[in-house]
Write a protein that binds this ligand. Structure first.
Ligand SMILES: Nc1ncnc2c1ncn2[C@@H]1O[C@H](COP(=O)(O)OP(=O)(O)OP(=O)(O)O)[C@@H](O)[C@H]1O
Ligand SMILES: [Mg+2]
Length: 307
């Protein structure tokens, strides 16, 4: 079967007006959430989908990599303003990557290149206030669902970079999730995250039960079908502990979920410092590009611009 005859992922499941939602979440810091969102965002944009990344993390790593934070015009909206009623367009910027950094000695400014089909809602430190605010105003927690309900644009998919907790802020992001949407946990196999994955499943189940107990409206159904095993050993970087984690994850989750390998790669570690996704500086066959291409296909995002 040729690529173009594969079924395209339905990016408006059930005929709804807002795009498919996809979030990386695991209750562990430093576990490839942002790396995976950045790689998937660029991969899907290159495949012809119209993608918007929402940076929910107060650390703003995704905003930094996509150059959506520095040099924001004064007063430009962030995700915090969006949560408080600002318009989506006023809180979005085109994703960019850094081509040449500013050189104050030579008097030159930074040069950027825009990434087609990809926009970013920049993160904000102020989101730390959200939990306190929503304790005072219960309606605030529904802001993202309201944004979804009122959306009239033509985006295909919204990718959410979430921080590593199920705070009220993160729950507000997950409220509109339906069964067709996906929460994708990335776990670094070099770390202790196998246990954190178990905790993530439990916390999501609790969240679902709490939110849906009294709900006659749409249910919140954050669904996990795919799990990413990130930083897997390679011939050039053998790691017997990593191999054991991969085997153990396969034994625990392999029957119920699709597991994907993202090989250990130094190039992916450079995204943050370079303020550019691997696609902008890695060879086109770099391991992470290959691996996230496979993941994009497994998630159902057939390439709409096959070479
Ligand atoms: N496939 C990989 N190979 C090697 N290193 C990786 C890989 N994926 C991610 N990393 C590295 O792991 C570290 C954590 O990644 P990342 O920042 O994406 O995690 P995170 O879950 O978003 O962290 P945080 O909780 O701080 O938001 C980074 O240094 C990143 O470069
Ligand atoms: Mg992150």
């Amino acid at each position: 079967m040729s690529k173009s005859t594969l079924p395209r992922r339905d990016t408006r499941p059930g005929g709804r007006n807002w795009p498919l939602l996809l979030a990386t979440l695991i209750i562990t810091g430093g576990s490839a959430k942002t790396s995976s969102i950045v790689m998937l965002a660029v991969t899907l944009a290159l495949r012809g989908y119209k993608v918007r990344v929402f940076d929910f993390d107060h650390q703003r790593s995704a905003s930094h990599i996509f150059c959506a934070m520095d040099e924001l015009p004064a007063g430009h909206g962030t995700i915090y303003d969006l949560a408080h009623g600002a318009a989506l367009d006023e809180c979005s910027v085109p994703a960019r990557y850094l081509v040449a950094p500013a050189d104050p000695e030579a008097g030159t400014e930074a040069e950027y290149e825009e990434i087609e089909n990809l926009s970013v809602v920049p993160g904000s430190r102020e989101v730390k206030n959200f939990d306190t605010e929503s304790a005072l105003d219960g309606m605030l927690q529904n802001w993202f669902r309201e944004l979804c309900d009122s959306y009239e644009g033509d985006d295909d998919v919204w990718l959410l970079d979430l921080p590593a907790s199920l705070s009220k802020w993160v729950v507000s992001a997950l409220i509109p999730f339906q069964e067709e949407d996906e929460v994708v946990p990335p776990a670094l196999v070099t770390s202790k995250e196998e246990t954190d994955l178990k905790a993530t499943f439990e916390e999501l189940a609790d969240m679902r039960a709490n939110l849906n107990r009294h709900s006659r409206r749409r249910k919140t159904e954050p669904t996990i079908r795919h799990i990413l095993m990130c930083g897997t050993p390679t011939p050039g970087r053998p790691d017997s502990e990593g191999d054991r984690t991969v085997e153990s994850m396969k034994a625990t989750y392999g029957d119920s979920f699709e597991l994907h390998r993202v090989r250990w790669s130094t190039v992916i570690r450079q995204q943050h410092r370079r303020q550019a996704p691997v696609h902008a500086f890695g060879a086109s066959n770099a391991a992470p590009i290959e691996d996230y291409n496979k993941i994009a296909t497994a998630l159902g995002f057939v390439d709409q611009n096959p070479a």
